[in-house]
Design a protein around this ligand. Structure first.
Ligand code: ADP
Length: 311
């Protein structure tokens, strides 16, 4: 297996998630976890042995310290994080029934949205193997939007491969606004990942996921990957369309499944695996994520991949 040289970088908003394992009530035990889509992907990659770095802006506060400690424990480089006077974002997550969670956010006015193009320059000024972005970042603020568009532009200029998980969050911005910005972000991306609905959103002409994928490929995207939940995933590439079923697991907590999938898919891609191998590792990490509580806590380490990949 060839492991790529250089660092895989992700950046975006990281939050502290305060979680209750069951319905929230007086006396419920609460636990604190590091969260955020891009952070989840960085941890997933680091656990599989890749040199991974997460960047962003954290508050100069206890919650920011907690996130840095969590990243260090997972061997994710966070040395280029900037600290800001605004507070670190926090969210509350209540597991209601085995498969349903309710999330309360408190992120308005938090440090994560303060990312600037200058922060991005500092973050990317290194031997960069790959950059992973999400569509959440441009929804956070005007600054963060400029920063993430600048990052994609930097990759295009330096010929660094990058991926984008569309991650459309209707609570953060409207579909028409996302449909205006995201096609610019994904231009020239090596990998675009999303649900079928998200892929249709970022391909202006595409009415179905097949048409959207064809349009994105014709506009220079390397490959388009549709996450299909319990049905697995499908990759649209220049070599054809590849489909892989999900691993049969009992879903306990679906939060973080998409990020886990992305980490698995990108890991296999960085290792030079073919489309079947990439989908398989993506689905495997997705299964690890849904089979256990937590966003990334249940993800495997490299030496556990072979042991648990029984399919
Ligand atoms: P998101 O979390 O972004 O909405 P999905 O729900 O499509 O993404 O899940 C991402 C991946 O996680 C899927 O492609 C699949 O590999 C895995 N996955 C999701 N739900 C299940 C499930 N019930 N059983 C097994 N694997 C699942």
């Amino acid at each position: 297996m060839t492991r790529s040289a250089g660092t895989v970088v992700t950046f975006g908003e990281a939050l502290v998630s305060v979680r209750s394992a069951g319905p929230l009530a007086i006396g419920s035990p609460l636990t604190m976890h590091a969260a955020g889509a891009e952070l989840n992907v960085a941890v997933g990659l680091a656990r599989l042995g890749h040199a991974a770095s997460w960047g962003g802006v954290l508050g100069d506060d206890e919650l920011g310290e907690f996130l840095l400690r969590s990243l260090a424990a997972e061997r994710v480089d966070a040395s280029r994080v900037r600290r800001d006077v605004l507070p670190t974002g926090v969210m509350f997550l209540e597991a209601r029934t085995p498969d349903v969670s309710r999330v309360f956010y408190h992120r308005k006015g938090s440090a994560g949205a303060q990312l600037t193009p200058h922060d991005v320059d500092r973050l990317l000024d290194r031997d960069l193997a790959w950059l992973h972005l999400t569509g959440i970042t441009p929804a956070l603020s005007e600054r963060a939007r400029a920063a993430v568009l600048h990052a994609a532009e930097t990759c295009r200029r330096r010929s660094v491969p990058f991926s984008v998980d569309v991650n459309f969050r209707s609570k953060l911005w409207s579909a028409p606004e996302a449909a205006e910005v995201l096609p610019r972000l994904i231009e020239g991306a090596e990998v675009v990942i999303g649900s079928p609905e998200e892929l249709v959103l970022v391909a202006p002409e595409g009415k179905t996921v097949e048409a959207a994928a064809a349009e994105l490929l014709s506009r220079g995207v390397g490959e388009v990957v549709a996450k299909l939940g319990a049905a697995g995933a499908r990759a649209y590439t220049a070599q054809g369309v590849f489909t892989a079923p999900a691993f049969p697991v009992r879903a306990v907590d679906t939060v973080g499944a998409g990020d886990a999938f992305t980490a698995g898919y990108l890991s296999a891609r960085l290792d030079g695996e073919d489309a079947d191998g990439r989908l398989r590792r993506g689905n495997l990490l997705g299964a690890f994520a849904v089979g256990q509580l937590g966003d990334w806590e249940g993800l495997p380490r490299r030496d556990e991949l072979g042991l648990l990949d029984l399919g």
